[in-house]
Design a protein around this ligand. Sequence first.
Ligand SMILES: Cc1ncc(COP(=O)(O)O)c(C=O)c1O
Length: 371
Amino acid sequence: MTLADIPTPALLVDVAALNRNITTMARFFSEGSCRLRPHFKAHKTPEIAKRQLAAGSCVGLTCATVSEAEIAATFCDDILIANEIIGADKCARVALLARGAGVHGPRNITIAIDSEEGLKQMAAAIADREGPRRSEPDPLIGILVDINVGQNRCGVAPGADALALAQRVAATTGVRLRGVMGYEGHLQPIPDRAEREHKASAAMADLVATAHLLQQAGLPCEIVSGGGTGTFDISGRVPGVTEIQAGSYALMDTDYARLNLPFEHAFSVLGTVVSTPRDGYCVADCGHKSTTKDHGLPSVKGIPGATVVLLNDEHAGIALPQGSALKIGDRIELWPSHTDPTVNLHDLFYAVENGRVVDIWPIAARGYRNR
Ligand SMILES: Cc1ncc(COP(=O)(O)O)c(C=O)c1O
């Protein structure tokens, strides 16, 4: 099968580039004491996650949702849901997931919490847990206290508030305190390396200081987790940070490409030219139902001077360079500006090597069938 045989719009993954990105990141974390816990939400694709784990330097996977964790648990035994889990149904699913046997050994499920209410709901689900029991005692669900390191999304304040919540966790049945996490998401896109470095180091210093506070109070704190693709080599070298949650690096979008990171574009949206209404302009069938625009318009791969100027539901309008011979029926590829939500629009990746489709990878955790 070649690209010309694929019904469009479709998502392509360049297997060689993906493998290079995965290897580069694994190599970085093979040195120093910090390890990688790749974020599954970036691609939601078991085949990609398995390659990340096989490359080494990983302590497990990070997930954003319960349904991602349920799918990740079919091949990975150590999962952090780096998010608040609220609602009886979702807490019950986490409680059941934690009771299940792992694939290679015991299964380890850890979640983030930032409120007593969240802790109460998880503890209630553990106490009420139904379903198949194991002969040995139920495994405890790991808890990281989620700290606001400046993103102002979720998270308790570093310091005394975090310590108070950690003490509540330590006193709660069915769970075990494992440490803290703080995602410096607001710092990931800072274009200036020195500024990004300065601010991310300060944010992680706040997180590590809170970890020390827990330890001084006699509480366990084996995990200090943060970081993303924009800060992996900054936060990942701050003493005391134990794991990094980067995800976008595997596929790379144009937003992150601005930062001169050591990763390359490994995915694209394939479209077909459906109209050439005037000179220097064409329309392809890959609108924002196939590539998101919350981080800006996508870029055109492989045609210097071609620019996406319009992205409607089903249509991408592309300004073409002088003399372009692009015609109706030709294929074009767009590099998306934002990885995670673009992947979430598709059911599968066409895995491409040397211009040929070598495999089809289900994006098994995509969508919102059961969150
Ligand atoms: C909590 C959390 N950790 C890690 C990441 C990974 O980020 P990146 O896309 O920079 O790899 C994200 C992304 O949004 C996130 O929300």
